[in-house]
Each structure stands twice: as C-alpha cells, then as structure tokens.
Design a protein around this ligand. Structure first.
Ligand SMILES: [Zn+2]
Length: 432
C-alpha cells in the first residue's frame, strides 16, 4: 500500500481557506472546507461581485479557487461546471470550528459525506443558518466528544479543544498507518511526526494586541470616565468578547445592548456553557436588544423584538447603555445622533494594510459623528514568538505552517519547518 499522505488544498500562503486532505490507502479524510479571506479570491470576487448562488462551484472553479477533488462535491453543485460528478471518494470531513473560512463551502459537498463537528459547533452553525444568509447544506452530521477517537477506515482522529476567538474550537491528532499528525496545539504530550500550525500572526505585524484581561481593563477605564452613550464593535461570534463587554457594562451600571442576531446566538449557545456564564437577553439582567428600523421581521427575530430598545430610547438615555454596533449597521448612527466625543471601542483586529477600504469607511463615519476611537483587541491567534515557542516545544519532525501569508517567518524555529506547496502530497512517515 502506498504511504499515507497529507495535501494542502487551501490555506497555503493565505489566511483562512484551510482544506487539508489526508489519504491512507483507500481512506480519505478532509479537514475544514471554507473560503480564504485573502488574497487570491479577491482578485476576482469582491463585496459587490460574488459567485452566483445558483452556480457557486462553477464560478469558483473558473479561477481555480476551489480544489478539483474527485468525489467531494454534490451532483447539484457541479451541474453545468467542467468538473464531472463522481460518487463520494472522501469518506468524512472534520470541521475544526464554526468560522466561515473553515465551514463556508460545506454547502457544495456531496450530501452522502458525513460531516464531523463538536456539539457546540453544530449549535453555532444552525444559529448562523437561521440568522444569516449562510447555508451549510444537508449532510449526515456526526457530533464528536472531546478526546474521543473517531475511526474513518484505518484513520484515527482524536479531537482536542483549543482556545480561539469562537467557542467550541478543536485541534486534531490524526493517526495513520504511517505517521501521526497534529493540528495546531492538539499535541499535548503526544510525540507527533508532523505538526500543522496556523501562522496568522507570523511575520511582521505591527498591529496592537492585548490580552482578554487587558481589553477588560481598557473598557472599564472608558466606561468609568464617560457618561454618554458608549459603542463597541466586535466579531459577531466572539462570545468571549461579548462576555467581557457584558461584565464591564454591568460593573459600570450600564446595560449591554446587542443586535437581534447576537441575541439569538447567545440564546442558542448559552445551554452549552455552565449555567449563568453567558448573558441571555430577556432572562439575564443587564443585557438588552436593539431594534433597528426594518420594514419586516423574520419569525426567529420576533421573540427578541418585544422588549427591544428603539434608537429614540437609546439616544435619550445614552449614559445607561453600551451599544454593540456592527459596521454594517452604522446607518443607525444617523438616528442615534450620539454626542460628539462619545467613545467607540473597536474590539477587533486592526486592518492589515493602510489602504483597507472598510477601515476607511468606518473612520469617515466616526469622524462625521465626532466619536472617539479606541482600539482594544485580544487576538484569537498566537503571536510570532508564541508560534516559535510552540514549534520548539512539540519537537515534531516536520512542521507545516498554514493559514498565513508569511510561512517562512516560522523557519526561525528550526529546520523542521517546511512551508507547504499547494496541492503537493507529503508522505506521513513514522520516526524510527
Ligand atoms: Zn477561526
């Protein structure tokens, strides 16, 4: 039998878009399947120009933005494309966490292929499907438990919980008939032959970064010194950050005001956390829902809208609230008319480049309304020095940096570091 191999079909010299195929004899398992955030896809598709929903695979294949893996895609998604449909040849897909760049192409997958996720990720994905336009398709969903092995033919996969900016994130240990491979920090005490490491923050990175505790201290300082309406902007699924903002608001005798979508997400995932850990709108004190001006509401939104705050109420009693406001909802500022100098806490990554269009637009709005900008974020990714430390500590014989635009920056950790090439099959062999 040929040696087991690992192939990188995405996430190579780009952030996001991991698509890692492990083949061992007849067994084939894919890890993560979503679009990358940068930079190649943006050469063809931008906000205003997206693949057609009726021909998503075809439109992505046109520019080789999807890997041509036989037996992965559904008959329906390949219809009319130049890739012929074949019966499933991939036997399972494991999704590490619910971020779009890891799960966003599942809707293209053959409905016969089982998708393995953590229980919490399954909950998150359905909450996202209900409250956004995102769709993940119909599949046999298999829910795994922490540290409990799953066998796919002769391949053994063991999921380990890891810390990330979305809850229920996992790394994996994968044992093949050849070597053992670990994804991210899932290594523990195990001696692995190959390590896959994400390098989002490898290479030059001048962006400011705090710890979660540091964010809390910063938010406290602002809420203590200001008595007008305060704003915060976070990633919509960063539950840790929402919890930090909630605690800071309550301590400052304010209420955290969230969007209907965030209210739905918190309500859905709260039962997966220890009781009382997450605030639930409508149940917990100190958290309210903001009602944007909309012509109609969806069924899932209605339970949250009854006691929701209007812009007029928030405007009249600004000092009582910390309003979580996404960039896409900035038009609400026109109704909210915050007093000049009101604080705006940007609790997300700073942009990578100085000509980031979204960042430009955000700052135009902030200066139009005279809001005071504060950058306060704790990244869900390890820093460059931390990555080098992890690589040295694991002692893996081969280290493949993925999910990074600077894989070679990690070569400083030693000769084991090997930036992978897109689509090349690397043998997984055991140390002897
Ligand atoms: Zn992620």
């Amino acid at each position: 039998m040929p040696e087991p191999t690992v192939r990188f079909l995405g996430g190579v010299r780009e952030i996001g878009g991991n698509k890692i195929l492990i083949e061992d004899g007849p067994d084939r398992v894919l890890f993560d399947f979503g679009p990358s955030f940068s930079p190649r896809i943006e050469e063809y598709y931008r906000d205003y120009l997206q693949p057609r929903s009726t021909a998503k695979a075809k439109d992505l294949l046109e520019f080789d933005l999807l890997p041509r893996i036989p037996g992965l895609y559904s008959r329906e998604s390949l219809a009319d494309s130049d890739l012929a449909y074949t019966e499933p040849e991939v036997h399972a897909i494991f999704v590490s966490h619910a971020h779009a760049d890891h799960a966003g192409y599942l809707d293209l997958v053959d409905p016969a292929i089982p998708i393995h996720v953590g229980e919490g990720t399954r909950t998150l994905l359905s909450a996202i499907e209900t409250s956004t336009r995102m769709k993940y398709g119909t599949h046999p969903w298999r829910v795994f438990a922490d540290r409990t092995p799953i066998w796919v033919g002769g391949i053994e996969v063991i999921p380990y919980p890891v810390d990330h900016s979305i809850p229920f994130a996992y790394g994996f240990i994968v044992r093949t008939r050849g070597g053992t491979l670990a994804f991210f920090e899932a290594v523990g005490k195990e001696q692995v032959d190959a390590l896959l490491i994400e390098g989002t923050r490898a290479g030059p990175d001048a962006r400011r970064n705090l710890s979660e505790e540091g964010v809390r201290v910063g938010v406290d300082r602002i809420l203590d010194s200001e008595d007008q309406l305060a704003f915060a902007c976070t990633y919509p699924r960063d539950i840790d950050r929402l919890t930090t903002l909630y605690a800071a608001a309550v301590d400052a005798d304010r209420e955290l005001v969230v969007s209907v979508r965030t209210a739905h997400l918190l309500t859905q995932v709260a039962p997966r956390f220890p009781a009382g850990m997450l605030p639930i709108p409508g149940t917990s004190p100190g958290i309210r829902v903001y009602a944007r001006k909309k012509r109609t509401s969806y069924l899932w939104e209605r339970p949250y809208l009854e006691a929701a705050l209007s812009s007029a109420e928030v405007r009249a009693n600004g000092s009582k609230y910390l309003l979580s406001l996404e960039l896409s909802h900035f038009a609400e500022l026109i109704d909210l008319r915050p007093p000049s100098g009101s604080p705006f806490i940007h609790s997300m990554s700073e942009p990578f480049s100085e000509d980031d269009v979204d960042d430009h637009v955000m700052h135009n709005w902030l200066s139009h309304f005279g809001l005071a900008f504060h950058q306060m974020h704790a990244s869900g990714h390890a820093s460059g020095p931390e990555l080098l430390e992890i690589i040295r500590a694991t002692g893996a014989r081969t280290v493949y940096p993925i999910h990074t635009t600077h894989p070679e920056a990690l070569e400083a950790a030693g000769p084991s570091v090997h930036p992978p090439e897109l689509g090349v099959a690397y043998a997984l062999t055991r140390a002897r």
